[in-house]
Write a protein that binds this ligand. Structure first.
Ligand SMILES: C[S@@+](CC[C@H](N)C(=O)[O-])C[C@H]1O[C@@H](n2cnc3c(N)ncnc32)[C@H](O)[C@@H]1O
Ligand SMILES: [Zn+2]
Length: 276
């Protein structure tokens, strides 16, 4: 079995298109590093991941949150979303970018089902990329800002933007001319049980979709609206995984733990679009 570092080098080679964050020239392997023609060196750490961010960033997403998310994914909560994405991606040899990949669950699933596809996952959170490197698939995991991607123009046949801020111009740049953007965004009832328990209004739909349609031509879409029964343990994970509860202290989260909803709604839109 390949080490994490060797998996990274294999993914860089299979994907192509990785460029130096300093000068934009292509990088190639030299020993345990990736080096550009101007001798800028991209260090591959021992977990087999890259980091192209120069300054320390404020990270709203911490490892405990991603671990709670991993358990929610393992429970099958987001399986319908992954299935919808698979349906929207037409059958071809894809080079995928998961922009804001979190712990890499979607990319791992797609690359596992389609071993001939290649892919990269980027996230601004180091904790996220650390967890993503534990995924079994061979992928290029990189700490980067999705608004400034270390990839050449036209590197990817599809970009996944799942519950993550958009960077349409940058997505358009790194996509092939016929490449697809897969955008997943919430419907008004997404995790409504958490909002109701907290006394918050439902999610205000509209803005994300309007912006999507202003920046891209939607070619295909579907809507997932599903109520899933959950255990009290999964409720505790769910309330921790959502950025919606970012403002809550541990004490307030514990108070929410004690009032689990028996089921939770997944209300998500999945759109395939061509950025314009
Ligand atoms: C709600 S999570 C979604 C994660 C993943 N797409 C999923 O659905 O499982 C949003 C993710 O976007 C990442 N993120 C936010 N701003 C980003 C940026 N400018 N560049 C890259 N990642 C970003 C966060 O660190 C976080 O992992
Ligand atoms: Zn360089």
């Amino acid at each position: 079995m390949l080490s994490k570092k060797e998996k990274l080098f294999a993914a860089v080679e299979a994907l192509g298109g990785l460029v130096c964050p300093t000068c934009g020239r292509p990088v190639s392997r030299r020993g345990d590093s990736l080096v550009c023609p101007n001798s800028h060196c991209l260090n591959v750490n021992r977990r087999g991941t890259l980091n192209v961010l120069s300054e320390a960033r404020q990270e709203d997403y911490r490892s405990d949150l991603f671990e709670a998310r991993s358990r929610v994914f393992a429970a099958g909560f987001f399986d319908p979303v992954a299935e919808a994405i698979e349906t929207l991606l037409t059958e071809k040899d894809h080079r995928l970018l998961d922009a804001g990949c979190g712990e890499g669950w979607y990319l791992n699933r797609l690359l596992t089902v389609h071993p001939d596809w290649t892919g990269a996952g980027v996230d601004i959170s180091r904790d996220a990329i650390r967890l993503a490197s534990d995924q079994p698939c061979t992928a290029l995991w990189c700490v980067a800002d999705l608004r400034r991607l270390p990839f050449a123009d036209g590197t990817f046949t599809a970009v996944l933007d799942i519950l993550t801020p958009a960077g349409y111009d940058e997505f358009s740049r790194v996509l092939t001319p016929d490449g697809l953007l897969i955008k997943v965004y919430p419907g008004s009832e997404y995790l409504k049980e958490i909002r109701v328990t907290r006394g918050l209004p439902l999610y205000a739909e509209g803005e994300v979709e309007t912006y999507l349609r202003a920046k891209a031509r939607v070619v295909s879409e579907c809507h997932i609206h599903q109520e899933t029964a959950i255990t009290p343990e999964l409720w505790c994970d769910l309330i921790r995984m959502t950025p919606m509860n970012r403002d809550l202290t541990e004490e307030k989260l514990h108070a929410l733990d004690k009032v689990p909803a028996p089921a939770v709604t997944v209300d998500l839109h999945v759109a395939a679009a061509v950025p314009e």
